[in-house]
Design a binder for this molecule. Structure first.
Ligand code: SF4
Length: 87
């Protein structure tokens, strides 16, 4: 699969409740970095870990590999931020 094919893969986002493309997950985190759930959401679809490891700087990839769910308030604020970006 080339980057374009990877980026256009779709799934239901558990945070937004709507169908999104992988490319959205790449920029929907803080400061337009990948969403912290990206490994959890995509590992069943393709080898997302190897894909990201090969393309992201270590300083960006490492936090994703150790990401944990944030508290409820932070999650709600994050969902609002994602909704703004999706418009
Ligand atoms: S990685 Fe984030 S934005 Fe992408 S589907 Fe999962 S929760 Fe939604």
């Amino acid at each position: 699969m080339n980057d374009s094919q990877v980026n256009s893969q779709k799934r239901r986002c558990p945070r937004l409740g709507s169908i999104i493309e992988f490319q959205y997950c790449l920029i929907s985190g803080e400061d337009d970095l990948p969403c912290w759930k990206i490994l959890d959401c995509w590992w069943e679809t393709f080898d997302v870990e190897s894909y990201l490891k090969a393309r992201l700087p270590e300083a960006v990839f490492s936090p994703l590999a150790t990401a944990r769910p944030s508290n409820k308030v932070a999650s709600i604020l994050d969902i609002v931020e994602q909704a703004k970006k999706s418009k």
